[in-house]
Design a protein around this ligand. Structure first.
Ligand code: SAH
Length: 277
């Protein structure tokens, strides 16, 4: 197999890359190259160990995330660290879970590099809200289901449910809502959606540790979301998805099928109505 020509990873550069939600098979070629060549890898808690194991022997691995409930290193410290490593002439791989520019503070770190005059490249990754759902058999869009998909964070910079969001507009205008970082405030999110008009019997799912060997999926309804999430002890990191796309999991849980589960070829119950144009 002839791989395409990829840019050189030059000393003194920072590559700000996404590692995808877990499975190292979801790395991009650029992220893989960066792992193979980096002198320093500064990584977050969400980066899978199997991915870190791909780092070049001799690379220095630096953890820059939350561990054991301790607060994460302050963002300016991480940015300063990246600048410093680059100025030492290292090839610096800043590796983040999912995509660095989706709820990942990649933009903040990149701006710090700009301010310091450090050259950098951004390597997008598979974001959990798309790839993690796909590993649970839930397509982010499907022609018969939704013409838009909305990514929402379940908590803002202060840790509270975002107040700047127009919840009634979301409830009205976003057929499929994909929440990141939402487990902590799940009851409030459910209440806001239901009081803004979303039906309690609307399908909802929680996918935790998606695309890792600890992946678990809970399929339920918006009304029962909180109780069932607690009963099933679903733990972060988890994606929460609300909307009819969840019904497709009964047909498309391909990981479940590998494990022997039977898939429903008509999960939307369209029957003879189904015609492709
Ligand atoms: N930049 C990341 C998101 C970071 S915010 C991305 O693009 O995916 C952290 C949140 O991402 C978690 O709280 C969770 O909601 C989600 N997340 C990241 N990895 C996940 C995984 N493997 N399974 C489920 N959710 C995940």
């Amino acid at each position: 197999m002839q791989l395409p020509a990829l840019p050189d990873f030059e000393p003194g550069w920072v590559w700000l890359a996404g590692a995808g939600p877990g499975d190292p098979g979801l790395l991009t070629l650029l992220a893989l190259k960066a792992l193979a060549e980096a002198d320093a890898v500064v990584y977050d808690a969400l980066v899978d160990e199997r991915t870190l194991a791909l780092a070049r022997a001799g690379a220095v691995l630096e953890f820059a995330g939350k561990r054991g409930g301790k607060p994460s290193p302050r963002q300016p410290n991480i940015s300063r660290r990246l600048v410093r490593l680059a100025r030492e002439g290292k090839r610096v791989l800043r590796l983040k879970g999912g995509d660095p520019f989706v709820f990942g503070r990649g933009g903040e770190e990149a701006l710090a590099l700009v301010a310091a005059g450090v050259p950098f490249r951004v390597v997008p990754g598979v974001t959990a809200g798309i790839g993690g759902l796909a590993y649970a058999g839930i397509p982010a869009t499907h022609r018969d289901v939704n013409e838009a998909v909305t990514f929402v964070t379940g908590h803002n910079v202060t840790g509270a449910v975002p107040d700047g969001l127009d919840w009634p507009a979301l409830a009205r205008g976003a057929p499929v809502l994909v929440f990141y970082m939402a487990l902590k405030h799940l009851a409030e999110i459910r209440d806001r959606l239901i009081s803004a008009g979303r039906p309690a019997d609307e399908p909802a799912a929680v996918v935790s540790h998606a695309a890792t060997d600890r992946q678990r999926t809970l399929v339920t309804t918006l009304g029962r979301l909180v109780e069932e999430t607690e009963a099933a002890k679903m733990a972060p990191p988890a994606i929460v998805v609300v909307g009819p796309a969840v019904r497709l999991a009964a047909g498309l849980d391909w990981l479940g099928a590998i494990a022997g589960r039977r898939l429903d070829p008509d999960p939307l119950k369209l029957g003879a109505r189904r015609e492709t144009g």
